[in-house]
Design a protein around this ligand. Structure first.
Ligand SMILES: *Cc1c(COP(=O)(O)O)cnc(C)c1O
Length: 446
């Protein structure tokens, strides 16, 4: 289907970016919109398709962020658009727990099929990643009759009260917003690039530190769940060392702890598997999804072992909008696209093309301390050459240069020094190469 939003997949800079219309709109924004909201790019979007965004001034910008890992299937992907239009014309809302409808059930069936493991699974739907995390915590506590939740350094799980407590980073997520929820315990994350101990034994040492902390400070028998992002997102695309996730999962099984994978950012083909946790064959007890699930519409999922998902009393879970039919239609369109267009294969290909390009840049510019990630979830960490001291200033300069030249790239990282790449998985090789050229120019200006 040809949609209104089909744009030629080329970068085109026709004004300064931001252009005059964006500047004017951003002034209106400042008057009307809460100052508590961040603003990564002061550029106002009119339309978008696949990996190109068109701004108010007519600039065509390469989307290397996918709205923070949401439009994996591309902006305004045709199957998402078609199904949403059909659903809006049929009905828009009943509240699933009041009067159910088929596409909610179909999304749950799809999640149960796609989530790792052949055991019997069940799902529930929510509106956002944070809400899904909150539900996962409720479910794990109810099932285990335990309270403690173990989370990691550099973790990010959302902006609601409970998820603020789960986050590792104070600014901007927590500062001044307390008090926070109790019974949250933080353990070390094996962040290899910044690990102080010997790197050869990082997996064993990290597991030892974590299990020691759990046993001495909390008591394994009090732990309801261990919650981890299989590749950390906001923390800076931190990939745990080989063997770490399997060991953690085994510890959970041995101690009756629910192992929860937050795949809100890493899920749905992004890393070259349907879910990042699959790369080492780990099967989570609960899988948390959101972002890319709806192909651009808000929807989130909690998928887990049937006995865990069924443990809560009737009406203990729910919400007015969770699994809204329009969002469910979008999710079915997105999932169909991921599978029929082999976006898993595309993510691996992007990993090769972009990954090799980034490695070449790292060889040329010593400010790039590390290239890491998997598939189409890649990052570079910037440092002061000759040290591992974070270089936030270089990051800002590079991203500003890219924006001014029509390439949107996001930052990340506990130390605000990571550039992360989350392109739509339908991005063309030409746009990837063009992005690498602009990045090369950006680094050359430092
Ligand atoms: C974005 C994100 C969340 C929160 O999702 P929202 O939809 O913004 O509430 C939770 N976990 C991870 C890993 C995320 O990247």
């Amino acid at each position: 289907m040809t949609t209104l939003t089909n744009l030629e997949q080329v970068r085109r800079v026709v004004t300064a970016i931001p252009g005059p219309k964006s500047v004017a709109a951003i002034q209106r924004r400042a008057e009307a919109v809460s100052g508590g909201l961040g603003l990564t790019f002061p550029v106002v979007i009119e339309r978008a398709s696949d990996a190109i965004m068109l701004d108010l001034d007519g600039n065509q910008i390469i989307d290397m962020g996918s709205g923070i890992g949401v439009v994996n299937v591309g902006n305004s992907s045709s199957k998402v658009v078609e199904r949403v239009i059909e659903q809006v014309q049929a009905f828009t809302h009943t509240c699933f727990t009041v009067a159910p409808y088929l596409n909610y059930i179909e999304v749950c069936e799809a999640l149960n099929r796609l989530a790792p493991g052949t055991h019997k699974k069940k799902s529930m739907l929510a509106n956002s990643g944070a809400e899904a995390v909150e539900n996962a915590v409720k479910i794990a506590r109810h099932y285990t009759k335990r309270q403690a939740i173990v989370v990691f350094e550099h973790a990010y799980h959302g902006r609601t009260n409970l998820t603020m407590a789960l986050n590792a980073k104070n600014m901007p997520y927590k500062d001044g917003f307390g008090p926070f929820a109790p019974e949250i315990y933080r353990v070390p994350m094996p962040y290899e690039y910044r690990w102080l101990g010997p790197k050869e034994t990082i997996t064993e040492d990290a597991i030892e530190m974590i299990t020691h902390k759990i046993e001495k400070e909390i008591g394994a028998n009090n732990v309801a769940a261990i919650l981890i992002e299989p590749i950390q997102g906001e923390g800076g695309f931190i990939v745990p060392p080989l063997g770490f996730l399997p060991a953690l999962s085994k510890y959970c099984t041995d101690n009756g702890i629910v192992f929860m994978a937050d795949e809100v950012q890493s899920g749905f083909a992004r890393t070259g598997n349907m879910f990042a946790i699959e790369s080492e064959g780990v099967i989570p007890d609960i899988l948390i999804t959101a972002k890319a699930l709806g192909g651009g519409l808000p929807i989130a999922g909690v998928t887990g072992r049937a006995e865990i998902m069924d443990s809560s009393h009737v009406s203990g879970l729910g919400g007015t909008f969770g699994g809204n039919p329009v969002s469910c239609a979008a999710a079915l369109g997105a999932l169909e696209t991921i599978e029929s267009e082999d976006l898993i294969g595309r993510a691996r290909h992007i990993g090769d093309v972009l990954g090799n390009g980034l490695l070449a840049l790292a060889a040329k510019y010593p400010v790039i301390g590390e290239v890491r990630g998997r598939g189409a979830m890649l990052a570079i960490e910037l440092i002061k050459p000759g040290t591992i001291e974070p270089n936030s200033d270089a990051m800002s300069k590079v991203l500003k240069y890219c924006m001014a030249n029509g390439v949107f790239i996001l930052s990340a990282g506990t130390y605000n020094n990571v550039i992360r790449f989350l392109p739509p998985l339908v991005i063309t090789d030409d746009l990837l190469m063009d992005t690498l050229t602009v990045l090369d120019e950006a680094f050359a200006t430092l």
